[in-house]
Design a protein around this ligand. Structure first.
Ligand SMILES: [Zn+2]
Ligand SMILES: [Zn+2]
Length: 241
């Protein structure tokens, strides 16, 4: 985030009548607009955990969603470490919270229905000292899942079983292990076990970006290059959900 070699605005899920900003880090508003998105169409904002690279632009996205806080609208979804009043890490003003129609404080196993019958199930992960939440979004037998910052841990594969598509936060290369975050080797292990159709990597670290060709070759050797995509910034992908 601090070097901005890659953008840190998270990603947007959208279809007709539904738009959700996921982990709007610094740049989410600017790059959303540069990609010609009409951010007034947002109906939901999801924050996985209160670290700046996942919530720095949450207030800006709330303003975009609510016409500068003029219309009470939308849902803000996160866990108690972000939304509790005694928060130690993130920051969100009462002014912005008041503009949201509904705040959803979620925990492992909770469900919520969004947009056109999109069922959202929340998953607790293990990331440093803050509660961190991922999700599975399902409809018509297909599932899109998001794994934000987390360590590998026993049970993560079971939690995400049945996922067809993933966005995975993968700051590290296949060679480097870093507690609290996934590397490309962990992603390969998840893919081998869960067998999703496509995985889109996000949150690439400096080291990953500097060695991106080597990482692509490693995926090729593992036979994963069709399934694990290392996107450029601002790419759009079509999902069949
Ligand atoms: Zn984090
Ligand atoms: Zn992060």
């Amino acid at each position: 985030m601090l070097k901005q070699k890659r953008q840190t605005g998270g990603f947007i899920l959208r279809e007709k009548g539904f738009m959700m900003s996921v982990d709007p880090g610094p740049g989410a508003l600017v790059y959303g607009l540069k990609n010609n998105l009409d951010l007034s169409e947002l109906n939901a904002i999801f924050v996985s955990h209160p670290h700046l690279d996942h919530e720095g632009d949450a207030e800006a996205m709330i303003e975009a969603m609510t016409g500068g806080c003029m219309v009470k609208k939308g849902v803000l979804i996160s866990n108690k470490d972000y939304l509790s009043r005694e928060m130690k890490f993130g920051s969100i003003s009462d002014y912005h919270r008041k503009a949201i129609e509904k705040e959803l404080v979620v925990k492992e196993g909770d469900f919520h229905v969004l947009g056109k019958d999109l069922k959202m199930e929340f998953i607790e992960l293990q990331h440093k000292n803050v509660e961190t939440t991922g999700f599975k979004l399902s409809r018509g037998g297909k599932t899109f899942s998001y794994i934000p910052d987390t360590s590998m841990f026993d049970g993560i594969k079971e939690k995400y079983r049945g996922s067809d598509y993933f966005v995975i936060s993968c700051p590290r290369t296949h060679k480097i292990e870093w507690r609290g975050h996934l590397g490309l080797k962990d992603v390969a292990e998840l893919v081998d076990s869960i067998k999703p159709e496509k995985v889109y990597l996000n949150h690439l670290g400096i080291n990953f970006i500097d060695n991106i060709e080597e990482e692509k070759e490693w995926l090729e050797e593992k036979g994963l290059s069709d399934r694990v995509i290392i996107p450029d910034d601002n790419q759009t992908f079509q999902l069949n959900i």
